[in-house]
Design a protein around this ligand. Structure first.
Ligand code: FNR
Length: 180
């Protein structure tokens, strides 16, 4: 199974990027995870959506050829970061590569609520007509106080979170197998 991770933070020390890399490594025997880089994506522009820059074409192509998308999102001002919204806008137009593509969501923040509001908004956005992505039911992964759970090497040292992730990955793989 080939999954792409779309991480809503472009900073180099991003906790969410570290979480994506942790998932990539820990579950490498269960699925292949490619982490996509949003840094080079230009602002969505309807004037060029029919023939966008190569970087956009490549991004859409990677999503199109994946079996599922893992969204790894921080929370900015109570919602998803702009870079993530921008990526979604590209994906929602012209060939609409997300339609029917299964999604699951995780997110990490330093606050205790662990991106609850951002994820609620993202869940809603995934139902938009141009996205229409089936979302793993339940299994919501809110990693709060992430700075106390991920060490400097990117290892998740908080055992209950590791165990919970293991369970969610099992559920995710069962679910994908059932719906595909
Ligand atoms: C934040 N942060 C934040 N945290 C939160 O729990 N709720 C929020 O609404 C916000 N809002 C917010 C806005 C902006 C512009 C920034 C820069 C930060 C803090 C955020 O959770 C923290 O910076 C994370 O470390 C960001 O994720 P990455 O970059 O580490 O993946």
């Amino acid at each position: 199974m080939k999954i792409v991770a779309i991480v809503g933070s472009i900073r180099k020390d991003s906790y969410n990027l570290k979480l994506a890399k942790y998932i990539q490594k820990r579950y490498q025997d269960r699925f292949e995870l490619e982490i996509l880089n949003l840094r080079e994506l230009p602002f969505y522009d309807q004037d060029i959506e029919m023939n966008p820059p190569e970087v956009v074409k490549n991004f859409k192509q990677k999503v199109a050829s994946s079996d599922a998308v893992l969204w790894v999102t921080p929370e900015y001002n109570g919602t998803i970061p702009g870079v993530l919204g921008n990526a979604i806008d590209w994906l929602s137009r012209v060939d609409k590569v997300m339609i029917g593509k299964p999604s699951w969501i995780v997110g990490a923040s330093m606050g205790n609520l662990g991106t609850v509001k951002a994820q609620l908004h993202l869940r809603d956005i995934l139902f938009a007509a141009g996205i229409s992505s089936p979302l793993l039911p339940g299994n919501e992964v809110y990693v709060g106080a992430v700075h106390e759970k991920l060490d400097e090497t990117g290892e998740l040292t908080h055992e209950p979170t590791v165990q919970f992730l293991d369970t969610v990955v099992d559920h995710f793989i069962d679910w994908i197998t059932r719906i595909s």
